[in-house]
Ligand binder design. Sequence first.
Ligand code: KG4
Ligand code: ZN
Length: 367
Amino acid sequence: MTPAPLPPASPAPARPLRVLGIETSCDETAAAVVDGDRTILSDRVLSQTGVHKPYGGIVPEIAARAHLDHLDRLIREALDEAGLGLGDIDAVAATGGPGLIGGVMVGVMAAKGIALARGLPFLAVNHLEGHALTPRLTHGLDFPYLLLLVSGGHTQLLVVEGVGRYVRLGTTIDDAAGEAFDKTAKLLGLPYPGGPAIERAAGTGDPGRFALPRPMVGRPGCDFSFSGLKTAVRHAVAALPAPLAGQDVADMAASFQAAVAAAVTDRCRRAIALFRERHAEGGALVVAGGVAANTALRTALERLAAAAGMPFIAPPHRLCTDNGAMIAWAGIERFRLGQRDDLAFAPRPRWPLDPTAPKAIGAGVKA
Ligand code: KG4
Ligand code: ZN
């Protein structure tokens, strides 16, 4: 009897993997479709900045409601822009944390609903992993590399050694860098978000006028601290005639920005040395997060990387700040490794990328 013919080998995939990514952990509602060839087929981001502006910061409850109001539409727009239907998607990824829990729940529930209705795999992505893997999407960067993540919620230095393999070298012991910009802007009467406003004001200011502290500079390790700097600004402002003159604001903004750049550069110098202890060859210094848009900081870091003989990589600004494409990409990377998450996944307000990292001394609620 002739044996039954073997079933045909599973056909080579006719097209690259396509993943829908959803981001709702902070104040951006975002949905994107990315494929395994590193093509961003669509990338919709709705910023809530205007909604939170009157409060001078993000109000979690208002953020969660705004995600709820807009996410469905953004997902539809992302699929339309990609020219795809849900039937053309291979998996759904959503930020599962860390972040403002109400917002994370909105994104995770939407992703689970789609996954369940369409029988698609679901991936709960660590938001920080989304940032950490972005240079592989934008630049096809190989592991390992050093990542400086400086946003409104996070300030971390990580060695990225592989998908799911992160070594945290440092984090903030108090405020995040972006938070320091936002709080300092408030002290100077500048609008929210403070980073761009401070950078604009600093353009006509003298960075040498106020001798502000350079927090942590020269201290061992790679941790950050910004609350002392903010306090020093408050004291310096109190010593000036009120209301502040335009030039005083500009000089203070420039002095503050210079202090942040010096402090962050010092921490990165140490991190590069630690990176070199682990990896004698290769590597790159990558920046991500909203604060990475700051030109004074970028210039200082570019110089540092050049002196260390390391390429300096800054993904395009749109992909440095929160977006759905980074979540879709992290989903693709994990999917390829056979990872999937259960629909019972519970959103996580805290979710450190490197659970073995010691807690920074004085660390508060930051992940
Ligand atoms: O990554 P991001 O858009 O949102 C999250 O925090 O997740 O970062 C926003 C932060 C805000 O604190 C904002 O003030 C800061 O990035 N930022 C800047 C600049 N643009 C945005 N900080 C300094 N200089 C800038 N040009
Ligand atoms: Zn972020």
